[in-house]
Write a protein that binds this ligand. Structure first.
Ligand SMILES: Nc1ncnc2c1ncn2[C@@H]1O[C@H](COP(=O)(O)OP(=O)(O)O)[C@@H](O)[C@H]1O
Ligand SMILES: [Mg+2]
Length: 339
C-alpha cells in the first residue's frame, strides 16, 4: 500500500472567495469539470483532500498551508485576478514556500507561454518551427518580406485558442494588418504572426521529469472541412459543440502513421519537453506535413486534465486509468527538484 497523503487542490476563481468557500454549485458546471474530476479521483485514491480557490488573495493560501499542512498541492490554478499570465507567479510563490506541488515549474511555464521565445529556443536546436514575427502593441504593423502567406495571426501568450478564429488566417497585407490591429486593440495583446503549416494536427501527451513517458498520439480531424480550406483549431473548433458537429471535428487517436514516424515524433517531443525545461506533464501540439515533416506549434505544460480531454484519454490508452494518472502526477510532483 502506498502512503495516503494530505492533498490540497488549488483552483483559481473568477471572483473573490473565502477560505471555506462552498464550491459545490460550480463543481457541477462544465467550466469546473477538471476540478471536479480531480477531486473525485483524490477521494477514490483515499487521500485526505481539501481544496481552495483563489482570486487575488495569496493570504488565503498562506493560511490554508498553515492550518492544513498538506504533503502536496495539486495545482490547477492557472490564473490570478482573471489574468492567465500569472500562472507562473502562482507557481513561483509555491516554489518560495517550499511546498511540493504538481505540474510544471515556473521556468517551463514562462518559456512555453511565450510562443515566440519557445520557438527561438527550439529553432536553435534544429526543430522545425513555422517562420514567425512578433509584433508588440504600440509597434508599427509590418509584414517582413520573408514571411510568406498564408499567415496565422495570434496573440503571443494566449491559451485555449482565445483570439483565434477563421479571420486569423490571412492571405493579404491588408488582412494581416487588420487582424494584428484587432489583437492589439480588442485583446490588448502582443501579436505573433506565423506562416501557416498545412498538415495533420497532432497532440502528444508526455509525463515525467527525468525519464519521460510519451502517450499514444491524439489527432484533431476536420472531417467535413473542404480540402482547400484552412484547418485550424479555433476557439469555436475547441469549445462549440454545434460547430464541431457541423464541420465534423473530432479528437481521436491518430491512425495510419508508420511506426518509424511515430518514433520520430516521440523523440522530437521528448527533446522539446527537455529543451523547454518542462517538468510534470505536458501536451505538445504539432503539425505533420504531407511530406512527414514535424512542425512544433505549441507546448502546453499543465494541459487540461479533465477525464474526457486528450491528455487523460491518451494516458488511459497507455495503461493509466484516471485515478492512477492523478496519483502518478502527485507522486511525481513530490519528487521534483525545484529551484
Ligand atoms: N503556424 C500554424 N500553422 C498551422 N496551424 C496553426 C499554426 N499556429 C496555430 N495553428 C492552429 O491554431 C491552433 C491554436 O494555436 P495555438 O498556437 O496552439 O494557440 P492556443 O495556445 O490558443 O492553443 C492550433 O492548434 C492549430 O490548429
Ligand atoms: Mg494550442
Amino acid at each position: 500500500m502506498k502512503k495516503k497523503l494530505k492533498v490540497l487542490a488549488l483552483f483559481d476563481a473568477i471572483r473573490a472567495t473565502k477560505i471555506d468557500q462552498d464550491l459545490s454549485k460550480e463543481m457541477k458546471t462544465e467550466d469546473w469539470k477538471t476540478e471536479a474530476n480531480v477531486l473525485s479521483a483524490l477521494r477514490t485514491l483515499g487521500h485526505t483532500e481539501e481544496h481552495l480557490a483563489i482570486f487575488d488573495d495569496l493570504d488565503l493560501l498562506r493560511q490554508k498551508l498553515a492550518t492544513f499542512q498538506p504533503d502536496v498541492i495539486f495545482n490547477l490554478a492557472d490564473q490570478f485576478k482573471n489574468n492567465r499570465g500569472f500562472d507562473q507567479n502562482i507557481v513561483s510563490f509555491l516554489e518560495m514556500q517550499g511546498v511540493p506541488f504538481t505540474g510544471c515549474s515556473a521556468t517551463g511555464l514562462v518559456l512555453c507561454k511565450h510562443k515566440g521565445i519557445s520557438k527561438k529556443i527550439l529553432h536553435y536546436h534544429r526543430i522545425h518551427v513555422p517562420n514567425f514575427v512578433v509584433i508588440p502593441r504600440g509597434q508599427r504593423i509590418l509584414r517582413p518580406k520573408q514571411l510568406k502567406f498564408p499567415i496565422l495571426v495570434k496573440p503571443v501568450k494566449e491559451e485555449a485558442s482565445y483570439g483565434i478564429s477563421q479571420a486569423s488566417f490571412v492571405e493579404t497585407d491588408e488582412q494581416f494588418k487588420e487582424r494584428a490591429e484587432f489583437i492589439h486593440e480588442s485583446h490588448d495583446a502582443d501579436v505573433i504572426a506565423e506562416e501557416y503549416i498545412e498538415g495533420r494536427e497532432l497532440y502528444v501527451g508526455l509525463m515525467g521529469n527525468f525519464r519521460l513517458k510519451v502517450f499514444p498520439l491524439r489527432e484533431l480531424v476536420f472531417r467535413e472541412v473542404p480540402p482547400d480550406e484552412p484547418k485550424i483549431a479555433t476557439y469555436r473548433a475547441k469549445w462549440d459543440e454545434e460547430y464541431r458537429k457541423r464541420w465534423g471535428l473530432r479528437n481521436k487517436f491518430a491512425e495510419g502513421l508508420e511506426p518509424a514516424l511515430v518514433t520520430r515524433i516521440e523523440e522530437t517531443c521528448r527533446r522539446i519537453y527537455r529543451l523547454l525545461t518542462i517538468d510534470g506533464y505536458a501536451r505538445i501540439d504539432l503539425r505533420l506535413t504531407p511530406k512527414n515533416e514535424i512542425y512544433f506549434i505549441e507546448a502546453n505544460p499543465n494541459p487540461i486534465l479533465a477525464e474526457d480531454e486528450d491528455f487523460a484519454q491518451a494516458a488511459g490508452k497507455a495503461g493509466l486509468p484516471y485515478p492512477q494518472l492523478i496519483d502518478r502526477i502527485i507522486r511525481q510532483g513530490m519528487n521534483t527538484l525545484r529551484d
